[in-house]
Ligand binder design. Structure first.
Ligand SMILES: *[C@@H]1O[C@H](CO)[C@@H](O)[C@H](O)[C@H]1NC(C)=O
Ligand SMILES: *[C@@H]1O[C@H](CO)[C@@H](O)[C@H](O)[C@H]1NC(C)=O
Ligand SMILES: *[C@@H]1O[C@H](CO)[C@@H](O)[C@H](O)[C@H]1NC(C)=O
Ligand SMILES: *[C@@H]1O[C@H](CO)[C@@H](O)[C@H](O)[C@H]1NC(C)=O
Ligand SMILES: *[C@@H]1O[C@H](CO)[C@@H](O)[C@H](O)[C@H]1NC(C)=O
Ligand SMILES: *[C@@H]1O[C@H](CO)[C@@H](O)[C@H](O)[C@H]1NC(C)=O
Ligand SMILES: *[C@@H]1O[C@H](CO)[C@@H](O)[C@H](O)[C@H]1NC(C)=O
Ligand SMILES: *[C@@H]1O[C@H](CO)[C@@H](O)[C@H](O)[C@H]1NC(C)=O
Ligand SMILES: *[C@@H]1O[C@H](CO)[C@@H](O)[C@H](O)[C@H]1NC(C)=O
Length: 472
């Protein structure tokens, strides 16, 4: 069966780096079910804390973890570390339930819908509210009777959606949110379902390898023909170093899905940095050798099950099959095999795979509101235009305190990464504006509360950038 959806998409591309940032690992018991009173069961949610920069009355920088091991996000969000000393902030990375070590039922968590059913954005946001409150109580100076310590949420990709929703759903739990490359408008009828594939195609067109788009576009037919009998299927599995033989046409559908994900990931990680795997990839003939899956040289054989081991693909697919229903399709205007979005077919697939169905396609819209952000405050949405997810992001300034920063040369949450000498001006400027806004939010909050803030940072760089940009 072949159809299109946000299943299996790599939402948070990562680089394998040596662990650069260090933390203390902690756990907090959170309720398994925040929304019923029929069980008292709790589980240990993991979070990482770095309090080296924190001083009394400082803010809390809280990363709303997304679909994977929290260490991975902590090692790929250097921007937070870059600015924490100026704000004297406490840094916290919270792991999303059902990922990494935060498994409510241990190794049984993924074994049946009865266990897996507590995996939802609603529960995850409530976990964060719970943890934030605990941190505020822990770090507040006991002789300070003032309001709670200010919290700024950060998140990239799905984590960015959570950061924005945290502010929208629980406006008092955090002061502001930095929602980086957050496709909060990827749901029913919010944007054309082919935006994702169209942007990827544009990215490949712009690589100056003109043939690339045509070659990929033509490859699907070749691949289908080549694998239309058993011999072809085995030969291809062999040639591309797959662990298992391709046996059925379903396997070929899955293979095409797998390749599509890889092209998408390449577009998402279109960072202007010396990038080992992209560089190597470009020098290979893609139909001969998938360096992408083997850039460490340690992958013995390829598997359709996974394109990136650290991400919790199964968990994300369950989420995509319940709340996070993101319609996708591809058309003649892009370089992928045509696919249509059919909710009923999708729902059947979900039932077959997980034993659950989405209630209906409207759920995410009912939960988080449609494109009306008038009741939201203090949210910064950033989007790199090279990122296929930008097709589902907030791209215009909504109000004076819900703003959109566009990064022309930006890929998927480029600006959340640590500063780098190759960063384009637009990424540098975006970081400066974010920093200014955070400063203003905290300053206003603290002075309103009569709290003495020790922040010395002066919001000048962002201002200069704005002026500079307008002059250009
Ligand atoms: C926090 O991060 C800084 C900078 O990376 C590091 O020097 C410090 O040791 C870390 N603190 C903890 C408690 O890990
Ligand atoms: C939950 O804990 C409370 C307090 O210990 C207890 O009174 C209550 O019966 C428990 N509820 C359930 C469903 O176990
Ligand atoms: C807490 O606040 C009091 C009064 O302002 C101050 O003297 C003390 O040093 C603070 N404690 C810490 C741990 O910073
Ligand atoms: C879960 O782990 C326990 C021990 O840690 C083991 O005995 C059990 O077989 C595992 N169950 C599954 C379903 O993997
Ligand atoms: C905080 O409240 C306690 C108890 O009400 C009081 O004793 C203390 O003086 C207050 N501290 C400040 C700094 O107002
Ligand atoms: C399988 O298909 C290929 C090309 O489509 C063809 O060359 C080959 O003869 C076929 N093999 C068998 C056993 O039918
Ligand atoms: C990955 O690279 C290693 C080292 O070059 C090689 O032995 C192995 O076969 C490659 N794996 C795949 C799946 O191509
Ligand atoms: C891809 O190929 C199909 C024909 O198979 C064509 O209709 C479509 O326009 C092509 N797309 C692009 C982006 O070139
Ligand atoms: C939104 O406003 C900020 C300044 O407050 C500006 O830097 C940014 O370019 C604006 N975004 C858009 C999409 O116009």
């Amino acid at each position: 069966m072949k159809f299109s959806a946000a299943l299996g998409f790599i939402l948070f591309p990562v680089f394998l780096t040596d662990a650069e940032y260090t933390f203390e690992t902690r756990y907090i018991d959170v309720p398994l079910d925040h929304f019923s009173f029929i069980t008292n069961q709790t589980f240990a949610l993991k979070y990482l804390v770095n309090d080296s920069f924190f001083v009394d009355n400082g803010p809390i920088f809280f990363y709303t973890g997304n679909e994977g091991d929290i260490n991975m996000f902590a090692q790929n969000s250097g921007f937070i570390f870059d600015i924490a000393p100026d704000f004297k902030a406490l840094i916290v990375f919270a792991e999303h339930r059902y990922y990494g070590e935060s498994l409510p039922f241990g190794n049984l968590s993924y074994t049946s819908p009865e266990y897996l059913g507590y995996l939802s954005t609603m529960q995850a946001l409530a976990d964060y509210v719970y943890l934030i409150n605990n941190l505020q109580n822990t770090y507040q100076n006991s002789s300070d009777n003032l309001t709670q310590l200010p919290v700024i949420a950060f998140g990239g990709s799905y984590g960015g959606m959570l950061a924005a929703w945290q502010k929208m759903k629980y406006p008092n739990s955090i002061l502001g949110a930095i929602a980086s490359s957050a496709p909060i408008w990827a749901f029913k009828n919010q944007n054309p379902c082919d935006s994702f594939y169209k942007i990827i195609t544009e990215d490949f067109k712009n690589t100056r390898r003109q043939n690339c788009v045509n070659a990929i576009n033509a490859s699907w037919v070749v691949l289908r023909e080549f694998t239309n009998n058993e011999t072809g299927k085995s030969e291809l599995a062999d040639m591309w170093n797959f662990c298992d033989d391709f046996e059925t046409d379903d396997d070929i559908d899955n293979l095409i899905e797998w390749l599509t994900e890889i092209y998408a990931a390449l577009a998402e990680t279109n960072y202007p940095l010396p990038n080992r795997f992209l560089g190597t990839f470009a020098r290979q003939s893609p139909l001969k050798n998938f360096i992408y899956t083997n850039y460490t040289g340690t992958t013995e054989c390829n598997s359709l099950e996974s394109t990136s081991e650290q991400l919790g693909e199964e968990g994300w697919n369950f989420q995509a099959c319940t709340e996070m229903i993101m319609p996708m399709c591809s058309k003649d205007t892009d370089m992928f095999e045509n696919t249509e979005w059919e909710f009923d077919v999708y729902s059947d697939f979900c039932y077959k795979t997980f034993g659950v169905r989405p209630w209906n396609e409207d759920v995410p819209i009912l939960l988080y509101g449609d494109k009306d952000l008038s009741s939201a405050h203090n949210i910064i949405f950033t989007n790199g235009l090279l990122d296929p997810w930008s097709g589902y992001g907030v791209l215009t300034n909504y109000s004076s305190d819900v703003i959109a920063l566009i990064i022309e040369e930006g890929a998927h949450h480029s600006e959340l990464r640590a500063a780098h000498e190759n960063d384009p001006m637009s990424v540098i400027g975006t970081r400066a504006i974010i920093k200014d806004r955070i400063y203003n939010w905290i300053n206003e909050y603290n002075s309103g509360a009569g709290r003495v803030s020790e922040i010395l940072y002066l919001p000048l760089l962002g201002m200069f950038y704005n002026i500079f940009n307008n002059v250009l």
